[in-house]
Design a protein around this ligand. Structure first.
Ligand code: HEM
Length: 363
């Protein structure tokens, strides 16, 4: 598909699929022709589904709260949380990297950043799970039922965060909600609906993706024993090995856009209002961009992968996801010197083609 034009129309889904690096990059960079206001938005219609000029204003506001400094301040807490999770399985000689480690970690981090009370962590995790659930063909659940589950979780979270926001208005701290309340442009603050939808977006956008970054990276290292040995010997290699893992097994495989007007892409006429799905998972394996694209090369440089998107919607949480992954994987490798997959482990992928990850990773 990638090599035969890089763009195809799928009659059944009535959507265009874009596969080559060059075209995926082009679509994501061209917000004037390819809108983010798609029909596939979930209960959270927010920053991610906005176009300029609204997107620019809103992103500038949340940027004031989600700064590199506010993220760097989390480093010690992330290390402590990773340590606590590893302590729980210490001495057993066995763990599931996903369930015991990469799955709880990002939820706890973002909950703490948002100022969620420690006793409410479990509640918060449950809401987060329900919000990002996808149809599992083996469960018998219908799309309609799933939408209702998500809607209800969003309503419960809205109620919870309304209280947190009101509390922080009266008693500001150094948490993310207080920073969001302080942010302003031309004396405009974020209004309550925007604050609420942003809190929800942080959960939807940041948890499963970071879980899968850590899980996919560790699986890739385990499959490449030479790379794993190098990582034990040269810990400074970790940041580039994680970038390569983002390219090699991208946690988000595709994004959706809608054509604003008729536009031709590599000779194909896309009509106004048609859906365009860009496949970063494919673009990141494009030989025309990455020599030896199907190989995992831990010190690949440069590595201009598209795993965090491209253009005005480039992932706001990328610095946090990178920091979490570096600290978590480093802690795990330091504590487990002889890591290997369970003999005979049969790995199951998470359902759906939009995300790429595994349900469990027993080591
Ligand atoms: C946007 C991927 C972690 C918050 C995006 C986009 C991608 C992405 C591909 C672009 C969406 C688009 O263009 O339509 C990832 C991956 C992650 C990750 C692979 C982990 C490995 C996080 C984290 C957070 C976060 C930890 C926050 C806690 C966001 C937000 C946006 C976004 C708020 C919307 C930005 C905008 O529309 O301007 N992410 N993300 N992400 N991400 Fe992430």
């Amino acid at each position: 598909m990638r090599n035969s034009g890089g763009i195809h129309y799928d009659e059944e889904r009535e959507a265009w699929d874009v596969f080559s690096y060059e075209l995926v990059h082009q679509v994501l960079s061209d917000y004037k022709h390819f809108s983010s206001r798609t029909s596939t938005e979930g209960p959270v219609s927010s920053l991610i589904g906005m176009d300029p000029p609204r997107h620019k204003l809103y992103r500038s506001l949340v940027n004031q709260a989600f700064t590199q400094k506010s993220i760097d301040m989390q480093a010690d807490r992330i290390g402590a949380i990773a340590g606590e999770l590893l302590d729980k399985v210490a001495g057993t000689g066995h763990m599931d990297i996903i369930q015991d480690f990469s799955y709880p970690l990002p939820v706890i981090v973002i909950a703490e950043m948002l100022g969620v009370r420690p006793e409410d962590r479990e509640l918060f995790k449950d809401w987060s799970d329900r919000l990002v659930a996808s149809v599992d063909p083996t469960s018998g659940q219908t799309v309609q039922q799933l939408t209702e589950v998500k809607q209800q979780a969003a309503e419960e979270l809205y109620r919870y965060f309304t209280e947190v926001i009101e509390w922080r208005r009266k008693a500001p701290g150094d948490d993310l909600v207080s920073e969001l309340l302080r942010a302003k442009i031309d004396n405009e603050h974020l209004d309550m609906p925007s604050l609420l939808s942003f809190c929800l977006l942080l959960l939807v956008a940041g948890n499963e993706t970071t879980t899968n970054l850590i899980g996919n990276a560790l699986l890739t290292f385990l499959e490449n024993q030479d790379a794993l040995e190098r990582l034990y010997a040269e810990p400074d290699l970790l940041p580039s090995a994680l970038e390569e893992s983002l390219r090699y097994r991208s946690p988000i495989q595709s994004l959706s856009r809608r054509a604003v007007e008729d536009i031709t892409l590599n000779g194909k006429l896309i009509q106004a209002d048609q859906e365009v799905v860009v496949w970063m998972g494919s673009a990141n394996r494009d030989e025309a961009k990455f020599a030896g694209a199907s190989q995992f090369i831990p010190d690949r440089k440069p590595n201009p992968h598209l795993a965090f998107g491209q253009g005005i919607h480039f992932c706001l949480g990328a610095p946090l996801a990178r920091l979490e992954a570096r600290i978590a994987v480093k802690a795990l490798l330091q504590r487990c010197r002889h890591l290997h997959l369970d003999a005979g482990a049969e790995l199951t992928r998470t359902p759906g083609s939009f995300v790429f990850g595994y349900k469990e990773l027993p080591v």
